[in-house]
Ligand binder design. Structure first.
Ligand code: PGA
Length: 258
């Protein structure tokens, strides 16, 4: 049974005061720990105060990026080893904005993934469809080579606890209605690729999230898709009421069913 994971990706938004105010609101409204994991990925300077405030709660405070190295003369970089020392458990790596705007390659993302795993931080590895993406017999074939390279050297034993995310580039930040078929086919294709590399048993355990214009109106049908185990939410996660509704999506779906 794969536990759902709902994550806010704040990108370059919210100062410390705004982040802490938002966090206090959300901490009072977390869903039952057994039903879903929840996390917020703030800007790096807000991680420490947020961790302090979220101490002894199940909410994860997540890094948006980290360097391939642990320490040294790398001005402006963030050490995943020092994030781990602070108490960070998850780090987002390979987001499409990192690839497109900051020229991150599969090779650098692979180095970051391995650096994170070596200090006990779980990577949330984002994959978007490659330009060569095609529809084969009604099925999209995204992200294949990308994942193979990004997971290079990652031992099978750690793969079940990795989190992967499918983020079709056209859907990110578009505010358009998320395409349910694309979400399911993409996440399924990623699971199949993990299965090809590590075997179907491991592929069945790994959590795969969907990201791209998720909001309170579409989260329930997205979470009902068989291969989608969670969501990565950008724009709609900046609003505390919308995010609170989304982390409690299961309560809403129950209410709707009654
Ligand atoms: P969006 O962003 O929800 O604003 O589309 C998603 C993401 O980039 O993680």
């Amino acid at each position: 049974m794969r536990k759902p994971f709902v994550i806010a990706n704040w990108k370059m938004n919210k100062n410390v005061d705004e982040a802490l105010r938002f966090l206090s609101h959300v901490l009072a409204r977390l869903p039952d720990e057994a039903t879903a994991d929840c996390g917020i990925a703030p800007q790096s300077f807000a991680i420490y105060p947020m961790l302090q405030l979220a101490q002894r709660t199940p909410l994860q405070i997540i890094g948006q990026n980290a360097a391939t190295r642990y320490a040294g003369a790398y001005t402006g970089e963030i050490s995943v080893r020092d994030l781990a020392a602070m108490g960070v458990n998850y780090i987002m790596l390979g987001h499409s904005e990192r690839r497109a705007l900051f020229s991150e390659t599969n090779q650098t993302i692979n180095q970051k993934v391995r650096a994170a795993l070596d200090v006990g931080v779980t990577p949330i590895i984002c994959a978007n469809e490659e330009q060569t993406c095609t529809v084969v017999e009604g099925e999209l074939q995204p992200a294949f080579r990308q994942l193979q390279n990004v997971l290079d050297g990652v031992p099978a034993a750690v793969v079940p606890r990795l989190v992967l995310a499918f983020e079709p580039s056209g859907a990110i930040g578009s505010g358009h209605q998320a395409n349910l078929k694309l979400a399911e086919v993409g996440c399924h294709a990623i699971r199949r690729e993990v299965g090809r590399i590590y075997g179907p048993q491991i592929a069945n355990q790994v959590r795969i999230l969907y990201g791209g214009s998720v909001n309170p109106a579409n989260i329930n049908p997205i979470m009902a898709l068989p291969n989608v185990d969670g969501v990565l939410i950008g724009r709609a996660s900046l609003d505390e009421q919308q995010f609170t509704r989304m982390i409690n999506y299961q309560a809403t779906s129950l209410a709707g069913a009654i």
